[in-house]
Design a protein around this ligand. Sequence first.
Ligand SMILES: Cc1cc2nc3c(=O)[nH]c(=O)nc-3n(C[C@H](O)[C@H](O)[C@H](O)COP(=O)(O)OP(=O)(O)OC[C@H]3O[C@@H](n4cnc5c(N)ncnc54)[C@H](O)[C@@H]3O)c2cc1C
Length: 585
Amino acid sequence: DLFSKATRSRDDEKDIRNSVYDFIIVGGGTAGCVLANRLSANQDWKILVLEAGEDESIDYDIPGVPTKDFRPILWNYRTDRNGFSCLSRPGGSCEVKTGKVLGGSSVTNDMKYTRGYKKDYDAWHTNGEMGSLEWKFENLLEYFKASEDNGDYDVLMNSFYHARGGEMHVQKFKYTDRVMEVFLGAFAELGLRTMDINTNIVEAVVNNQFTIFNNTRQSTNSAFLKPVRHRKNLTVKTGVTVTKIMIDPQEKIVEGVWYEIEKGKEQPAYAKREIILTAGAINNVKLLHLSGIGPREELAKYNITTFIDLPVGYNYQDQVTTGGLAFTMSEVKPVSESEVIEDFKTWFQSRNGPLASRGINQISAFIQLFENKAAPDVELALEGNYVRSDKFMLTNISIHTAEETNMPLAYYNLILLNPVLLKPKSIGRITLNKRNPKYGRPVIQANLLKESQDLDAIVDSIDVALQLLNTNEMKRAEIKLAPIDMFPCDKLHNRDQWNCIARHYTKAIGNPIGTCRMGYNSTNSVVTFNFRVHGIERLRIMDASVMPTHVRGGIYAPTVMIAEKGAKLILKDWQENKSRYPSGR
Ligand SMILES: Cc1cc2nc3c(=O)[nH]c(=O)nc-3n(C[C@H](O)[C@H](O)[C@H](O)COP(=O)(O)OP(=O)(O)OC[C@H]3O[C@@H](n4cnc5c(N)ncnc54)[C@H](O)[C@@H]3O)c2cc1C
């Protein structure tokens, strides 16, 4: 034990001095990079960021590269097999693609900037305690705007919602092609207006806003961390995995963490003030369980002593969609390999050309299915794919072929329409790997589509999407339903067929939340509304895992907002309490 004075050598003393920080941030992902920037702005504080992945490479910054090429920087997790979703996906389970790289999932995501709806946030504070009232949407806007640098003048006109001057550049892609115009027009024929989705609009067709700068991805690493990496009080370690939180069992105070620099080789780091977990909704659970913070009966199965009995890992939620609905276009000019190589050169030289676009993926429609809810239920998200002509010669192409694109996104002859259920009712759970709790992949019982309402909503939204085929825009452009092999649902019809397809070809969106949810007490939540873990000192959680329910949009912008709010809270707490640990909720 490095803290035991009797056995300490001079080298040990030096190691200890070098491994003591004011704050340790576990996970240099979306939220972690924002926090590293904000906390290290105080020169008196020494900050350590520990990230399991490596530094971000420029290859992932090219907007037009399909995200399917991102596997080397993912955790490559899958949902646990169940009897009702992902049935025809490999192994009967769905991929959950969260990022393992500096910048985390902000390096691997689709870059869409959507905040969700006022009523989603307002629902987080329903019983009106003071702490939670700070979570009213009106009170959160300042944190969204704090880091926003919006580059679209039509969007900026609405200064109540938008701002300039922050670290994170938000902008629509400049280029729109003919097919995008067709879909914008077709949705307009169905009654949707083109609007800024980040202004609490109930329904709209949108040319999305993205977190890009000069046609280049802006992860939270590039926006928040890179510009301050030179700070002397900031240490960033990559390729290191935190394996355990050190807890004083008597005092219930967190002292530090153990992290692995390579398998089996661990080092300690100590925090004088606080440890902040930002390892995401899946890996936070693994780390907390391994450290003895979690449901007592669950930890007992692994012979882990429980320090604090908390519902860590319960309340897992992910948004969900299905494959199977796709459209084809007539006469698409084939693209040669040499053209694509030229496109890459163009992007690297001038940040322009087809790779400076996400093609039809830029367009989506937000629709309401249940009346009087004053918010959308489903995002009809478009996704382009280029299928080689010899595959089209076959009568029906497989869903796998339809989904697996290797071409830049600006080139497509197949358009998938993914009906994304924004606020699913189905709730799952994360537990440790049974055979190998420390090194094995955590078990993700996602329970996608377990609740029949979720399946009904997906199928209802497919009915809406199919109406596109009757619009003049789509007919004029000769866009038709694509011939997809629906096995084993091919003999079924109408709703029965779509129910079957959704259960077999389910897709987990990869927006996991809820496993360390905020709340009032330790029975139904893990952290307070100020992000402190119930029943233990000096430990906070500040990422997507604290969201109690989904907001109706992506979770990138809300996660950045959470980190902004968290950083402000920490600064305020420690300023008011000088060097003492700030007490209170
Ligand atoms: C394919 C895909 C597309 C998406 N597209 C969008 C989109 O367009 N718009 C949107 O709003 N949202 C999108 N999202 C979701 C969103 O980007 C993420 O869910 C969000 O960024 C999560 O942020 P986080 O900080 O909670 O976790 P992360 O950003 O995942 O960060 C967690 C970090 O912790 C690290 N880590 C984990 N465990 C350890 C450990 N033990 N030790 C050290 N480090 C550790 C990880 O490597 C990672 O870097 C998408 C998600 C996916 C999967």
